[in-house]
Design a protein around this ligand. Structure first.
Ligand SMILES: Nc1ncnc2c1ncn2[C@@H]1O[C@H](COP(=O)(O)OP(=O)(O)O)[C@@H](O)[C@H]1O
Ligand SMILES: [Mg+2]
Length: 220
């Protein structure tokens, strides 16, 4: 579904992504682990077009590298950035409705689904988004992205158990996760990122079997 090969990206003169290769299959949950600053967030940002990606990125066979973010979103990729991106003066419900992407086919996620999963958001449906707590804003950001009916959602957030609920909708997930134990439990496949490139790709059992790799790239 998502295929990335030899992806490079720069911030100014800093060569941040140095040949990232990564794939996510249909209905697969894939995590990118790694220490702070290795380029996990930049990988997701470059997929969305900024910083400008160099290399090959295809989604369902369509080349998306360098296309504008709204085009990429319409093709079926949802992105939940690290920084919350709600509209603070619009209501919770208006924020959700803004996530709808016309022409994205059958709804996978509705406002009603959001209320059911997060009753605390329903209680605040008419409150301005900016009045929510940090955790509630995170829920709102994720639900708004799901309203766009993505085939693949890329999440740069601590999301935890909610992940299995999202996966149950038949959606692919690319997750940046800090917490090793959680990533191991919930992911089908795991990448470990070193400085600007992947240093491991495999299953949970393969990662557990490789203590040297974990020591070098994950443990502090
Ligand atoms: N907007 C930016 N401008 C310049 N350098 C940046 C910017 N964002 C991130 N970086 C640098 O790029 C590298 C990778 O950052 P990032 O992708 O955020 O890492 P991670 O998400 O793995 O912690 C770091 O060295 C960071 O300092
Ligand atoms: Mg990050």
């Amino acid at each position: 579904m998502l295929e990335i090969s030899d992806l490079h990206a720069y911030y100014g003169k800093s060569h941040i992504l140095q040949g990232v290769t990564l794939s996510v299959g249909k209905n697969e949950i894939v995590s990118i682990l790694g220490r702070n600053g290795v380029g996990r967030s930049t990988t997701l940002k470059a997929i969305m077009g900024k910083p400008a990606p160099q290399g090959s990125i295809t989604f369902d066979g369509v080349r998306i590298a360098g296309r504008p973010p709204h085009t990429i979103a319409r093709l079926g990729i949802g992105y939940v950035p690290e920084e919350r991106a709600i509209f603070p003066s619009l209501s919770v419900e208006q924020n959700l409705i803004l996530g709808v992407k016309p022409g994205r086919g059958a709804e996978r996620w509705s406002v009603a689904d959001t209320w059911q999963m997060f009753p605390q958001l329903r209680e605040r449906a008419n409150a301005p988004g900016g009045a929510l707590s940090g955790g509630e804003q995170q829920m709102l950001t994720i639900c708004r992205t799901l309203m766009g009916n993505p085939e693949l959602i890329m999440i740069d957030e601590r999301i935890g158990e909610l992940l299995s609920e999202i996966a149950a909708r038949g959606i692919s997930i690319l997750l940046v996760e800090q917490r090793l134990v959680l990533a191991l439990r919930l992911s089908h496949r795991i990448y470990v990122m070193g400085h600007g490139r992947m240093v491991f790709e495999g299953t949970r059992d393969e990662l557990m079997a490789d203590a040297a790799l974990r020591r070098e790239w994950l443990e502090v």
